[in-house]
Design a protein around this ligand. Sequence first.
Ligand code: BTN
Length: 274
Amino acid sequence: MATPAAFQPLNAQSIQRALSTKTFGRMLHVLEEVASTNTHAAALAQDGAPHGTVVVAETQTAGRGRLGRHWHSPSGKNLHCSILLRAMPAREQQPLWLSWIPLTAALAIGRAVQVVANLKPSVKWPNDILIEDRKLGGVLCESSGVGTAHATVIVGIGLNVNIRRDEFPEELREIATSLAIEAQRPCDRTALLAALLVELETRCESLLAGHHGDILKEYMLRCSTIGRRVRIELAHGEQMDGTAKSVEVDGSLRIIRDDRTTVDIRAGDVIHLR
Ligand code: BTN
């Protein structure tokens, strides 16, 4: 009997057949094992790889998360991919554009999951993909040479797809989830990657055309942080409690602190409090 699509290993031909993008994934590297798809994509960028190059791996031996964390990447279960961006706006618009890329990637993941798995994930600011406060996926963006003619951004995406609860390490079992756990059926990773790439490509084009307002509107609809009591963990171990009020035009998170003062957070780890 043939192996169901959801359990097929990733394969370049099948992925390219499923693509409906113009550029994203047309240059595609499918690897059995790699240290980190982001690191691999950065090396390809150094060698002149084109805009929209995608690296996807069955497993990562040193998958990286935000804030120096490790990303659990068991073989043949989930999606680990990196997309190389070279198309950027004029130099003076690059900082704003760059601050929106991780949030935009989170929106693309949310929409792709909705289309393929019929689930409705939310986004915890800035770019954690959640289903009912359990983490389904995340985004790690790494840029180089911003402000120069050779600027690149690597958008790294990790999404828990077919991993079962008992396959998560103990410390993740209560805080992480996967599409298969939530939908109670396995999910076709090829279809999901193809959907993710087209959703990301469309939004990156919109951002490049300066339509931050459209991305902000979509973000506010998907963001589960707004209106919540939150704890912000800042650099140097500092933390701050308050209520998340809005996401601002530069992608920062506006917090009303308990003493009624307003602070805009540009980077940090957000905890949704009960
Ligand atoms: C996070 O901490 O939430 C971000 C996780 C990002 C993980 C992905 S997996 C593919 C890409 N390669 C990496 O090493 N990290 C990202």
